[in-house]
Write a protein that binds this ligand. Structure first.
Ligand SMILES: [Zn+2]
Length: 276
């Protein structure tokens, strides 16, 4: 499943291929993904030039002229690629945006076998209040994420640090694997109550969250071709992980055997020696 780093790498890789190009025609090939595909709203993107590519949580936002935005979510299995004009329509190709301009004709297509993805269009100014975005917490890589922010968000809360880090109403994009890794890096036990986290530890957690996501983005950049070659390669990238999936292996910091525990139905890997 694509996580925030994959979407950020996708944004960076698509940016040079899309900026300044015009959407000539929009082709909706299926009635619905996770939600119905709104033919009329998507069709209104035709004739407009792409002005900016942004990301919010795991949504890719493609701004076009006339204050409209195309929003794509990859769901579980989505792939968004730019392919040559003549590329045959692929099975599970649900929406295609035919492009003109620099680089000749081509098309931006969303292929999604499991159909948990989304594609919709909105006036750009309405994004913040739209139901897909209104409840989202802050971005993990922006300046808003500080130790002070974490501390304030934790005020009056109980429960383990892991569920706090993974709560998208607080901060978006910290999935199960990244939460596990960040806690290992910050030397915080996954069951530690958020009520018992010091300011210094919040700072370590904040740095660790940004570190693991940033590292995944960097590593993902090196496997960019897999991700966008349009050859049917799923291409979701593997990152090197210090704790996740390494039950029984020695901790790289203290040598104790890493353990696994299950929280909220998801596995957490941690070191009993150096995570407190
Ligand atoms: Zn350790």
């Amino acid at each position: 499943m694509p996580e925030l780093p994959e979407v950020e790498v996708l944004r960076r890789s698509l940016e040079p291929r899309l900026l300044g190009r015009r959407i000539e025609r929009v082709q909706v090939l299926s009635p619905a993904l996770r939600e119905p595909l709104d033919r009329r709203a998507l069709g209104r993107l035709a004739g407009r030039r792409v002005t900016r590519l942004r990301r919010r949580a795991k949504y890719l936002l493609i701004d076009v002229e006339g204050d409209s935005t195309l929003i794509i979510h990859l769901g579980m299995s989505g792939r968004l690629t730019v392919v040559p004009h003549a590329a045959p329509v692929e099975r599970h190709e649900h929406v295609a945006f035919h492009l003109a301009g620099r680089g000749g004709k081509g098309r931006l297509r969303l292929v999604d076998p499991r159909r948990f993805g989304l594609a919709f269009a909105l006036p750009t100014g309405r994004l913040a209040t739209d139901r897909h975005f209104a409840h989202l917490g802050i971005e993990p890589l922006g300046d808003e994420l500080t130790s002070r922010y974490f501390k304030q968000a934790a005020r009056g809360r109980r429960g383990p640090i892991k569920s706090f880090l993974m709560d998208a109403k607080i901060v978006v994009g910290v999935g199960n694997i990244y939460a596990s890794e960040a806690m290992w890096q910050a030397r915080v036990h996954p069951r530690r109550s958020v009520a018992r986290v010091s300011m210094a530890t919040w700072q370590r957690l904040r740095d660790a969250v940004r570190g693991v996501l940033g590292q995944a983005i960097e590593q993902g950049g090196t496997t960019l071709n897999d991700f966008t070659d349009g050859e049917g390669n799923a291409g979701y990238f593997q990152v090197s992980l210090a704790a996740y999936g390494r039950e029984g292996e020695p901790c790289a910091r203290c040598g104790r055997s890493l353990r696994r525990l299950v929280q909220g139905g998801r596995s957490t890997y941690y070191c009993p020696g150096c995570q407190r």
